[in-house]
Design a protein around this ligand. Sequence first.
Ligand SMILES: [Zn+2]
Length: 123
Amino acid sequence: MPDQKFPPLSPITTGLKGRCPRCGEGLLFAGFLKPASTCESCGLDLGFADSGDGPAIFIIAIVGLIVVTLAMIVETLFHPPVLVQFAIWIPMTIILSIALLRPFKGIMIALQYRNDAREGKID
Ligand SMILES: [Zn+2]
């Protein structure tokens, strides 16, 4: 159960902003994807943070849907050469995947805190 001294915050909001899931103020990440060891604002020990493969699964599904749909639309409307398709969609896949990784990891860690989940079990 999360600490009762702090009002419950939306895991989506704190995760998307990359903020502490307890206070919503401190930074959740120490690097691009590495979680901070503790919250600089409230002192929450973020050692529990382990999103595992969760963000990757959602990103594969979302980016795959976006890129495949757009590629099919472009192919249907313009019939560009295959190399042009590759030149558009491979970089877009990489950019979208990297751009979405941090927000989704933040959401997964915030949900992990909110549901007090540890190492694959929920108490
Ligand atoms: Zn905090």
